[in-house]
Design a protein. Structure first.
Length: 187
C-alpha cells in the first residue's frame, strides 16, 4: 500500500500580507516524486491523485485551496463530484498542452481556477494568451513579471528572492521562507 502525506504551503499576497491560497500536494513515503508519477496506467495515477484530493478536502479551512493534479487525471476528475473553493494546479502537463486546453471550459464550469505549474520563459509565449487563471514560476523566471497579477512565484527561499519579487512587482509568493514566516506568525 502506498503511504502518502499531505504537504500544505501558504501562498501570500505581498501587498496585504494575507494568505490567499494554500497549496496541497501529496508527498509519497519511501519513493521519489518521479516514482510516484511512474505508473502503469492513467487509472492507477488517478487513484493516487484521488486519495490526495480527498486528504486535502478533509482539511478544514476558509482559505481557498490549490490542489495539484496531472493532465492525465483530468478525465477522471471531471467524472467525479469533487469541488472546493480555489482551484487546480496542473502539474506534469508538458506534452499535453492541447489536451489541457480542451478541459479548461469544463474546469471553469465547475467553479475552479486553473493554475499552470512550472512555467518557463520558453513556454511563456504559448500560454500568455490562454484562458488560465495564472501561472506558477520559479524565482529565476521572475522576468515574466509583466503578468504579475497572474503569477505565483514558488520556491522563495531567501530574503533576496523575496526582495526581487517585490521589486519586479510580483504579488503572490510561496516557498520555504514564506512558509517559515507564516508559521512564525501563527505560533
Amino acid at each position: 500500500m502506498l503511504n502518502i502525506h499531505m504537504a500544505r504551503e501558504p501562498v501570500v499576497d505581498l501587498v496585504s500580507g494575507e494568505v490567499v491560497y494554500e497549496e496541497y500536494l501529496c508527498r509519497p513515503e519511501g519513493m521519489t516524486v518521479a516514482q510516484y508519477f511512474d505508473v502503469s496506467s492513467p487509472t492507477e495515477l488517478w487513484e493516487r491523485e484521488r486519495k490526495c484530493i480527498e486528504k486535502a478536502l478533509d482539511i478544514k479551512t476558509d482559505i481557498p485551496k490549490l490542489i495539484n493534479l496531472t493532465v492525465d487525471s483530468l478525465p477522471f476528475f471531471l467524472e467525479s463530484s469533487f469541488v472546493w473553493k480555489g482551484g487546480l494546479e496542473i502539474v506534469e502537463w508538458r506534452g499535453n498542452r492541447e489536451k489541457l486546453i480542451s478541459y479548461l471550459p469544463l474546469l471553469y464550469q465547475r467553479g475552479l481556477e486553473v493554475w499552470i505549474d512550472d512555467l518557463s520563459k520558453d513556454e511563456f509565449d504559448f500560454w500568455k494568451e490562454k484562458d488560465v487563471s495564472g501561472f506558477k514560476i520559479w524565482p529565476d523566471n521572475m522576468i515574466l513579471g509583466l503578468f504579475t497579477n497572474r503569477l505565483i512565484v514558488e520556491g522563495v527561499e531567501t530574503e533576496l528572492q523575496l526582495e526581487l519579487a517585490e521589486k519586479v512587482g510580483i504579488r503572490l509568493v510561496q516557498g520555504y521562507l514564506i512558509n517559515r514566516k507564516e508559521t512564525m506568525i501563527r505560533a
